[in-house]
Write a protein that binds this ligand. Structure first.
Ligand code: ADP
Length: 561
C-alpha cells in the first residue's frame, strides 16, 4: 500500500511538474514575443516619422540592430540595412506587407528552415504609400527549450528528489495508523473517517468469531469430557486415514503411549484385519470385527462419516470384549464338558437297562445291575446338582439371603454329614476354634466347607486325618482345612479349580467326584467376597485356607476360571 501511494504521489508530481514547466515556458515565451512585437511597433512608428521627414537617407544613417526594410508601394525593396536591396525580390506578396498596404499595419512570424529561429515582422504604411518594415529574430520555442534543457533537467531532478522525499513521508504517514490498528479492538481506533465502516464491520466480525470460538471450545470440552470418561476407544479419521481425534481409550486398547493426531491410523495397529476394516469403512461400508491383540480381544465398529452425500472420513469405536469372548469360549467348553460328563453315566444306565430288558440277566445278577444303574443315576444327580450350582454362581443369581452364621456350628454339621464316609475310610476328623459368627449366605458357605472337607476325606489315605481350624479375629474369620492325604502335584495345583479338572480322572470318578467341587468353592468364595489359598505336597497332604470378612462385602466383578 505504501508503494502504491508513493507511486501515485510521484506520478501526480511528475505530471504537475511537466505541466508547470511547459506552461511557464509557454507563458514566458508568449510574453517575450508580445514585448518584442510592442517594441517593433514603437520602433516602426519612430522610424516612420524619421523617414517621412528625411527620406531613405534617414535610414542609411541609422545604426540599428533590428532589420529595417523600406519597401515601395509596388513591393520593390528601396532599402534594407542587412542586405543589398537591388538583389532582393519583390516584397508585395509578403504577408505583413500585404496587410500593411490594406490596413495600414501588418505583422507576421516566420520560422527559419531549421526551426531554431523565428522572425517577427511588423510593417507600417507611410503617408506616401511606401511601407516600412521592422523585424527582429529570436530563438524558437524548441531552441529555447533546448537551450534551457540542462537547467530544466536540474530543476526537474531537484523537484523529483523533493517530491520523492515528500511522497515517502506522506505515504508512510498515511499507512502507519492503518498498520498500527489494534485489530483485536477495532472499536477503540479512530484513524480515518473513511475506514470507520470497515472497522465497525471488523468489530462485528470479531465478536461473531469470538462467539464461535467460545462455542467450539465448549463443544470440544464437552466432547473431551465425554470421550475421556468412556471405557471405549473413540477414533475419528479423515478419508486419507489420518487421525483427527482419539481418546485415551484408544491408546489403552491398542497399547500405545498416545494417539497422535495427524498420524496414519495404521500406526496404531498394523494387522491385516484392521487394515481391511479401515479400507471397507472408507469405501462407505459399516464394519464390525473383533481383533485379537496380545491376549486381549477388541471389538472394532467402524462407520463411514458422510457429509452431504460425500464421504469425509470414519468414526471408529473400540471395545474391550476380552471378558465376553473368554466367557463365551468358556461357556462353549463348559457345555461340551457337561454333555460329555452326562453322556458317560447315561450310556452306562442305558447299557445296563438294555441288557436287563433283553432277559439275559440271571435272577441273582439283577440286584447288582440295578445297583450299577442306581450308582450311575446318583452320579448324574450330583453332576446335574453341581452344574446348577455353578451356573447360579456364574450368573450371580443365587437365590439365598445373607444372614449371621456361626461357622463353628456349620463346620460341625459338615463334619457330621461326612462322618459315615470318613469312618468308612478310617479317616479321623478334628476341629479347633470356638464360635465364629459372620454375615454370609449359609447354603454357599456350607457348600464350600463341605466340598473342601469332602475332598480332604475322599483324597485321603487309610487312617488319615482331616483337621479344621477356625480363627476369629476382629474383622475376619479364617478357616483352614488340612489333610494328610495323597496331596496334589505342583503342576496341577493351579488347575484343580478349573471346571471338570481332576488330577486322576478315573480315581475321582470311582469315588463319585464330578470335577466341579473346587470350581464351586472358588466361585463361592468370590461370591462371598472372601479369599483362598492352597498348599499341597504329593504324599504329605493338602492345606486349604479361606478368609471371610465378618461384614457383608460385595464381590468385585464376575469370577472367571
Ligand atoms: P472332584 O469332584 O473330582 O473331587 P474337585 O473339583 O473337588 O473335583 O477336585 C478337583 C481335583 O483336585 C480332584 O479330582 C482331585 O484330583 C484334586 N483334589 C481336590 N482336593 C484334594 C485333596 N484334598 N487332596 C488331594 N487331591 C485333591
Amino acid at each position: 500500500m505504501t508503494k502504491k501511494i508513493f507511486r501515485s504521489i510521484m506520478l501526480v508530481s511528475v505530471i504537475a511538474m511537466l505541466l508547470g514547466l511547459v506552461s511557464v515556458t509557454g507563458i514566458l515565451y508568449q510574453n517575450f514575443g508580445d514585448q518584442i512585437y510592442t517594441e517593433l511597433e514603437r520602433e516602426a512608428a519612430y522610424l516612420a516619422s524619421g523617414v517621412e521627414l528625411e527620406g531613405v537617407a534617414y535610414l542609411e544613417n541609422l545604426n540599428d540592430e533590428d532589420r529595417i526594410t523600406y519597401i515601395d508601394g509596388d513591393g520593390t525593396v528601396l532599402y534594407d540595412n542587412q542586405a543589398d536591396q537591388s538583389s532582393m525580390e519583390n516584397h508585395n506578396q509578403r504577408e505583413e506587407v500585404r496587410e500593411a498596404a490594406v490596413t495600414g499595419s501588418g505583422s507576421a512570424v516566420r520560422m527559419s528552415s531549421t526551426l531554431s529561429e523565428m522572425t517577427i515582422y511588423y510593417a507600417l504604411r507611410l503617408e506616401d504609400g511606401t511601407i516600412l518594415r521592422v523585424s527582429s529574430t529570436r530563438a524558437s520555442v524548441l531552441a529555447l527549450v533546448l537551450q534551457m534543457l540542462p537547467a530544466l533537467l536540474l530543476i526537474f531532478a531537484v523537484m523529483i528528489l523533493f517530491s520523492s522525499a515528500f511522497a515517502i513521508r506522506l505515504s508512510r504517514n498515511v499507512v502507519r495508523p492503518i498498520n498500527e490498528l489494534d485489530l483485536e479492538h477495532p472499536e477503540d481506533s479512530h484513524i480515518y473517517e473513511e475506514v470507520e465502516p470497515l472497522l465497525s464491520r471488523l468489530y462485528r466480525q470479531n465478536r461473531q468469531i469470538q462467539g464461535q470460538i467460545e462455542a467450539a471450545r465448549r463443544q470440544q470440552e464437552e466432547f473431551s469430557l465425554i470421550t475421556e470418561n468412556m471405557q471405549e476407544g473413540l477414533l475419528v479419521i479423515d478419508r486419507y486415514t489420518m487421525i483427527l481425534s482419539g481418546n485415551s481409550g484408544v491408546a489403552r486398547l491398542f497399547r500405545v503411549k498416545q494417539v497422535k493426531v495427524g498420524e496414519s491410523v495404521y500406526a496404531l495397529n498394523r494387522s491385516e484385519d484392521f487394515r481391511r476394516l479401515i479400507e471397507n469403512v472408507l469405501e462407505g461400508r459399516h464394519q464390525d470385527t473383533v481383533l485379537q491383540l496380545d491376549g486381549s480381544h477388541v471389538q472394532v465398529i467402524g462407520d463411514p462419516a458422510m457429509d452431504g452425500g460425500s464421504l469425509e472420513g470414519a468414526v471408529i469405536l473400540l471395545m474391550d470384549v476380552t471378558e465376553k469372548v473368554e466367557r463365551e469360549r468358556f461357556r462353549r467348553e463348559f457345555s461340551a464338558n457337561v454333555s460329555h460328563e452326562l453322556k458317560t453315566p447315561l450310556t452306562s444306565i442305558s447299557g445296563f437297562a438294555e441288557i436287563m430288558q433283553s432277559g439275559f440277566v440271571k435272577e441273582e445278577d439283577t440286584r447288582a445291575f440295578a445297583g450299577r444303574i442306581y450308582k450311575e443315576a446318583q452320579r448324574l444327580i450330583s453332576l446335574v446338582g453341581d452344574v446348577i450350582k455353578i451356573s447360579q454362581l456364574d450368573e450371580g443369581e443365587v437365590p439365598y439371603q445373607w444372614e449371621e452364621v456361626d461357622l463353628h456350628d456349620l463346620a460341625r454339621e459338615v463334619f457330621a454329614s461326612l462322618h459315615a464316609a470318613a469312618e468308612k475310610k478310617n479317616v479321623h476328623l478334628y476341629m479347633e476354634g470356638g464360635s465364629a459368627v459372620l454375615s454370609t449366605v449359609r447354603p454357599i458357605m456350607e457348600e464350600i466347607l463341605f466340598n473342601i472337607c469332602d475332598n480332604a476325606v475322599k483324597y485321603n489315605r487309610e487312617n488319615g486325618e482331616v483337621f479344621l481350624r477356625l480363627q476369629d479375629s476382629e474383622n475376619e474369620v479364617q478357616v483352614m482345612v488340612r489333610d494328610n492325604g495323597i496331596g496334589i502335584p505342583k503342576e496341577d495345583q493351579e488347575r484343580i479349580f478349573e471346571r471338570f479338572y481332576r488330577v486322576d480322572k478315573s480315581h475321582s470318578k470311582a469315588i463319585g467326584g464330578t470335577g466341579l467341587g473346587l470350581s464351586i468353592v472358588k466361585h463361592g468364595v468370590h461370591f462371598l467376597g472372601g479369599k483362598l489359598s492352597l498348599l499341597s505336597e504329593p504324599g504329605r497332604g493338602t492345606e486349604i485356607t479361606l478368609w471371610f470378612h465378618k461384614k457383608r462385602t460385595e464381590k468385585e466383578g464376575k469370577e472367571s476360571e
